[in-house]
Design a protein around this ligand. Structure first.
Ligand code: SF4
Length: 264
């Protein structure tokens, strides 16, 4: 069985506990306005031509985004970092794109990783059929789960999709008592009102979630990738958010009993 990977990040320290190897699976059904990885949108291997200067000449350079890996080959790549996992309490993180889009490959990779006793994290938008979550939960030690906007109409404007499935899957994972961390990408003018934060607190508390939240302040990195990879740029023309701009929201979550950090 093969999967399409668009990046492998070694020594990652923001994608779960310890030192991790993060595997970025290609393909995402969402189109978040702030996405830093537009090269992840298509589930296929893609080729682009980019201009490159060689002395006084400009040449067309072919760039391939995405590479096909067999389960065996990807496990071999991950195994190279086992020493770091053992020493730091780290492991492997599957991110994207949306990793559950390649569910057969993801399910098999997670099974293989658990057979080798690696700690496993899945970083997900939550936008996938519930059956896909049911197939993987037993082999996932921690979910990093995005919660972007509770109002469905605004969620569609922000991401291109409804939030219903995302909220239902979150409720399912909490019922299953899975370890999870909520990741909240905070975007000026889109989901950063006090009213929305209070709604999130009520929603999570009603689900009996009383754990950890990571606030991810909006920043405009990756803007140039849209033209490089021939994707429509819908990134809002607003300044990046600073950590201090999010402190009031952190305080509100903390007052409600959540453990909160800012950034990864
Ligand atoms: S879910 Fe992640 S990868 Fe997909 S569009 Fe949104 S930010 Fe980009």
């Amino acid at each position: 069985m093969n999967g399409i990977v668009f990046d492998i990040k070694r020594y990652a320290v923001h994608d779960g506990p310890g030192i991790r190897t993060t595997i970025f699976l290609k393909g995402c059904p969402l189109r978040c306005l702030w996405c830093h990885n537009p090269e992840s949108f298509s589930p296929l291997v893609e080729e682009f031509y980019q201009e490159k200067r060689l002395g006084d000449k400009v040449v067309q350079d072919k760039v391939q985004i995405g590479k096909k890996y067999s389960v065996t080959d990807l496990v071999k790549e991950i195994e190279k970092d086992q020493l770091f996992f053992d020493e730091s309490g780290g492991g492997v993180t599957f991110s994207g794109g949306e990793p559950l889009l390649q569910i057969d490959f993801l399910e098999t990779m997670l099974r293989e990783c658990k057979a080798m006793d690696f700690h496993t994290v899945v970083d997900t938008s939550g936008f996938a059929p519930k059956e896909n979550f049911e197939r993987i939960t037993k082999n996932v030690d921690l979910f990093l789960y995005d919660l972007k906007q509770l109002n469905n109409k605004e969620h569609k404007q922000l991401t291109g999709v409804s939030n219903q499935q995302i909220l239902d899957n979150l409720s399912y994972l909490i019922e299953q008592k899975k370890n999870l961390i909520i990741r909240f990408p905070m975007i000026t003018g889109f989901n950063d009102s006090k009213e929305h934060i209070m709604e999130m607190i009520k929603f999570l508390t009603d689900l009996t979630y009383q754990s950890e939240i990571h606030i991810l302040p909006y920043h405009r990195i990756g803007k140039d990738k849209y033209s490089r990879f021939e994707k429509e740029n819908r990134m809002p023309d607003i300044p990046s958010m600073k950590e201090e701009d999010t402190l009031w929201a952190k305080e509100l979550f903390e007052e409600a009993g959540f453990r909160v950090s800012i950034g990864g």
